[in-house]
Design a protein around this ligand. Structure first.
Ligand code: F6R
Length: 240
């Protein structure tokens, strides 16, 4: 991967926003892969400040993941988060922005449905990624197959603890999620992984320089022909 060290998360946000602005200028029907969590927020903020420079009417988006069994209307469902942080501030067409369906009734086919929707859209042009402290990307926790497609996974204790800040307590964090697989992510034409802060340094080093291993799902990016890793100094601290 190409590694870019930036002074701040804000600097990373404007760098990625530049990339997206030029992508959309070249390709008005671009398909964006959208991460949730704290990391991509500076990108979405920078993009919303530049929304007058772009025609976003044909842009579509695919979220990485969703909690299983949390109503879509729950404020912390990734459907709600994507609506609040991306669709509304950017003025995207909500019909073009997809989130895996975490409803229990349709969970048996939700993964295949999502893969089909991505294929119908022509595949993801630019995938924004964060990384978990345990090296997960999307919700592909350690042990995930490099070939995996969108499917249901169990969240690790570590991830539920990390995400407890969005809920009243750790017990309220769902146990299961539906996530794009490592194989799904691998097929995006350009991957941009962002990480900020010392808590991510080990995961970043493992993803960029460590052995290819399912124990650190982010290491699968080493197989990608066009992966860009944008980190601040603290998250870069364990790179050689
Ligand atoms: C979010 C996602 C996760 C997060 C990761 C880091 O859609 O799939 O992989 O990117 O858990 O989360 P933050 O950015 O909150 O540190």
């Amino acid at each position: 991967a190409e590694v870019i060290i930036v002074p701040s998360a804000e600097a990373a946000g404007s760098l990625v926003a530049d990339e997206i602005v030029s992508l959309i200028a070249a390709q008005p029907n671009a398909v964006l892969g959208l991460a949730t969590g704290s990391t991509p927020l500076p990108v979405y903020r920078a993009l919303s400040e530049r929304r007058d420079e772009m025609d976003l009417s044909k842009v579509s988006g695919f979220a990485l993941d969703e909690y299983v069994g949390l109503p879509a209307s729950h404020p912390e469902s990734y459907r709600s988060v994507i609506t609040r942080e991306v669709v509304e501030p950017l003025g995207l067409n909500p019909e073009f922005v997809h989130v895996p369906n975490g409803a229990l009734e349709s969970i048996s086919h939700a993964g295949d449905d999502y893969e089909a929707a991505i294929a119908d859209a022509g595949g993801i042009d630019l995938q924004i990624l964060g990384i978990g402290t345990d090296g997960h990307i999307g919700f592909n926790e350690p042990g995930s197959s490099f070939a995996s497609r969108t499917r249901v996974k169990t969240l690790t204790e570590q991830t539920r603890r990390d995400n407890a800040r969005f809920f009243d307590s750790e017990d309220d964090v769902p146990m299961h999620c539906i996530t794009q697989g490592l194989g799904t992510i691998q097929r995006a034409r350009h991957i941009v992984l962002l990480a900020f802060g010392a808590g991510k340094a080990r995961a970043v080093a493992g993803a960029v320089e460590g052995p290819l291993t399912a124990s650190l799902p982010g290491s699968s990016l080493q197989l990608h022909v066009r992966a860009t890793v944008i980190v601040d100094e603290a998250a870069a601290a364990e790179l050689r």
